[in-house]
Design a protein around this ligand. Structure first.
Ligand SMILES: NC(=O)c1ccc[n+]([C@@H]2O[C@H](COP(=O)([O-])OP(=O)(O)OC[C@H]3O[C@@H](n4cnc5c(N)ncnc54)[C@H](OP(=O)(O)O)[C@@H]3O)[C@@H](O)[C@H]2O)c1
Length: 280
């Protein structure tokens, strides 16, 4: 079974490649803008292209059975239509909570008629790099909504689930057998980390990973708006609005990663330890 990984040097896509190989996949193709610079493993077939450049997509899809679809909203409908034309039998996409920013990805996939599995991660632990510049500069983190709670997920776990679903499809759904993996066809899988944490707790965990005592300073109102627009530009207010929503509807952890993979999902503390250099 030939599996195409798109966005193959992306944060998640690159890990999907590694997870597929680690699980024994032998026919993996990777789509990347610059094969020479991609540094992909030698056993991977590398094809030059990008989901946003539709003229490069048909060659990447030729002979492909299943595809990991990186989130590129601008061309998702056309890419998935091309996948259907090329005979792709399964798309595993990374989107997000239904009705949110990434809904268009699921819409594009479903419009194609190809069998699909939607992965719906919540916030990524890696989004905590939002605080990296402040932590590198000192021991104070200025932020907002310090007590708001969610359950961020490690990108490593998203990639592991993507590979698991793609390879389970190989043993069942693609061959038409009544395998348990057929349960993934048409499924939407919410993915979170193993615990819900406040932003204050996340900052403290990064401090522990660094062996430092970080002080969380809560900003509100105009001070918060000014701070976030300084850090995130035009996305600052969008991000703050998201936090306000989260205050109303805290995100609880779900157990899907552990249920599917048979091992615990990565905790925030583990993630911070593994990626402490991001904050040094
Ligand atoms: N629930 C959520 O919060 C959620 C859900 C989905 C996505 N997201 C966000 O979406 C992003 C997607 O993550 P990811 O790890 O798959 O991707 P990523 O790290 O943003 O990388 C996407 C890859 O696509 C390729 N690419 C080439 N040209 C590009 C261009 N002009 N614009 C965009 N991509 C281009 C690149 O790979 P090559 O060089 O190999 O071609 C790039 O590494 C993340 O930043 C994440 O925060 C969030």
């Amino acid at each position: 079974m030939k599996i195409l990984v798109t966005g193959a040097t992306g944060n998640v896509g690159r890990m999907v490649v590694d997870e597929l190989l680690a699980r024994g996949a032998t026919d993996v193709r990777a789509l990347t803008v610059n094969p020479a610079a991609a540094g992909l493993p030698g056993e991977v077939e590398v094809v030059r292209g990008f989901l946003g450049r539709l003229e490069t997509v048909p060659a990447a899809l030729a002979g492909v059975d299943a595809m990991y679809l990186a989130p590129h909203p601008a061309t998702v409908f056309e890419v998935c239509r091309l996948a259907a034309e090329a005979g792709v039998r399964r798309i595993v996409d990374m989107a997000g909570a239904k009705g949110g920013t990434w809904q268009v990805i699921e819409d594009g996939v479903e419009a194609s008629g190809v069998a699909y599995t939607h992965l719906e991660p919540g916030e990524f632990m890696a989004n905590s790099t939002l605080w990296a510049a402040q932590i590198r500069a000192g021991d104070v983190v200025r932020d907002a909504y310090g007590d708001v709670v969610n359950a961020p997920i490690a990108q490593e776990d998203i990639a592991a689930v993507a590979a698991h679903v793609l390879l389970c499809g190989a043993s069942g759904a693609f061959t038409g057998s009544a395998d348990a993996s057929d349960a993934f066809v048409g499924a939407s899988i919410e993915l979170t980390g193993p615990e819900a944490l406040s932003r204050r707790e996340m900052v403290a965990a990064i401090g522990r990973a660094l062996g430092r005592d970080l002080t969380y300073v809560e900003l509100t109102g105009d001070a918060a708006a000014e701070h976030f627009s300084g850090v995130m530009g035009s996305y600052g207010q969008w991000y703050l609005d998201g936090l306000a929503q989260l205050a109303q509807h805290p995100q609880a952890a779900v157990s899907t990663v552990a249920d599917l993979l048979g091992r615990p999902a990565m905790t925030y503390g583990e993630w911070a330890g593994r990626h402490a250099d991001l904050f040094r």
